[in-house]
Design a protein around this ligand. Structure first.
Ligand SMILES: *Cc1c(COP(=O)(O)O)cnc(C)c1O
Length: 384
């Protein structure tokens, strides 16, 4: 698969690649990133063959975005292809539902993003057995027997546990299973699952990839042409396609991807470091913290540690007072946006987290402002 003009940028750094990924070669009187192509039917004389047939099958706006994501997931690797989807869940479901058959077994992380686990009932109703094991300590290793597809999510959302992708992928392949990694939290600038042995890297582009909290998007990247074709056929048959406007906005946003992720990662570490000194903050987690249980494996397989910091306050009321006292950080779900957001995760049910558990997504505001706002809100929450 052709990744746009990037052949010329082999070996370029992450910010250079973010700016240029998937953009066509400079052409006189043409924009750097052509606008969204709004189309359902293309003019299609004669035989119904490509490259553009129908708006549910192909769109040049998706193709440019797909080339950009492939270049980020696997720099300079022409074998890697990406399919973009209407949302992260459309991408997750595309892999889980297109790659397994009745009678087979899927291994999911017991602490995955909760909507991924919500597919369990659907899989079981189709005769697929679903097994669960935790992310931490590579516990999925002990559950590989007879499995056809292993789903990894590292770091996990919201618990921020990390597993060793290379170790699990090697063991899964030896057991005859395919391996998919949910790369949403790490982002392709934080971790490259395909180069660590995974068959699929799957992510929500709603989060840090697009990063502005204004669209939903998902994608699946793979090096295997047959797997890529089956995922694309799934997209076509269920119609889980992104709108051209969303695809174009996401591609435009990727130009600042490295800037944003670098700033978010630095800010997240600054916040986590400040929180280390607070006695009411328990079970503080961020993979960049040297004492974090995830740090050793994360430092080996990740290049950036991401925007999410999680911690537990003494109880629900304390966490609610804290969130209400924040002035700069709004209470919202999702993560990876330019704006800091936080939420008490237990308000959704479905995650094994205590009532005072806070998932904090650090934005690109100035670190001093974020830390000052959080420390002040903690003081107010403790005084009440
Ligand atoms: C948000 C999220 C998804 C789903 O993405 P949507 O774009 O909301 O459908 C999948 N996996 C993880 C880890 C997520 O955080």
């Amino acid at each position: 698969m052709e990744h746009g003009a990037l052949g010329a940028l082999a070996g370029a750094g992450d910010s250079t690649r973010s700016v240029h990924a998937g953009r066509p070669p400079a052409t006189a009187y043409e924009p750097s990133l052509p606008g969204p192509v709004f189309v359902s039917h293309y003019h299609l004389p004669g035989e119904a063959t490509g490259p553009y047939v129908y708006g549910r099958d192909d769109n040049p706006t998706w193709e440019r975005l797909e080339a950009a994501i492939s270049e980020l997931e696997a720099p300079g690797d022409p074998e890697v292809g990406t399919a973009v989807f209407a949302s992260g869940m459309a991408a997750v479901a595309a892999v889980l539902l297109s790659q397994v058959k009745a009678g087979q077994t899927v291994l999911l992380p017991s602490d995955s993003y909760q909507t991924t686990r919500a597919l369990r009932e659907r899989l079981e109703s189709y005769g697929v057995a679903v097994r669960l094991a935790p992310t931490a300590g590579d516990a999925q290793l002990a559950a590989l027997d007879g499995v056809s597809l292993v789903w990894l999510e590292t770091p996990s959302n919201p618990g921020l546990d990390v597993c060793d992708i290379r170790r699990l992928a090697d063991a899964a392949h030896a057991a005859g299973a395919l391996v998919a990694v949910d790369n949403t939290l790490a982002t392709p600038l934080g971790q490259r699952p395909l180069s660590l042995g995974a068959d699929f890297s799957v992510a929500s582009g709603t989060k840090a990839l697009s990063g502005h909290g204004d669209l939903l998007l998902g994608y699946v990247s793979t090096r295997d042409a047959g797997l890529a074709a089956s995922v694309r056929f799934w997209r076509k048959t269920v119609g889980a396609i992104p709108g051209p406007m969303e695809a174009w906005l996401a591609h435009r946003s990727i130009a600042t991807f490295a800037l944003r992720v670098d700033k978010q990662s630095a800010n997240a570490l600054a916040l986590a470091t400040a929180l280390l000194k607070r006695p009411e903050v328990m079970n503080l987690r961020h993979p960049a913290l040297p004492a974090d249980p995830s740090h050793e494996v994360a430092a080996r397989q990740m290049r950036r540690f991401g925007s999410v910091v999680s911690f537990t306050l003494p109880d629900q009321a304390h966490a609610e007072r804290f969130l209400a006292s924040l002035r700069m950080t709004s209470e919202a779900t999702s993560f990876g946006s330019i704006q800091s957001t936080a939420e008490r995760r237990a308000r959704w049910g479905g995650d094994a987290v205590p009532p005072g558990f806070v998932r904090f997504s650090v934005g690109i505001e100035d670190a001093e402002d974020i830390v000052a706002d959080v420390l002040r809100a903690l003081d107010e929450a403790a005084a009440a």
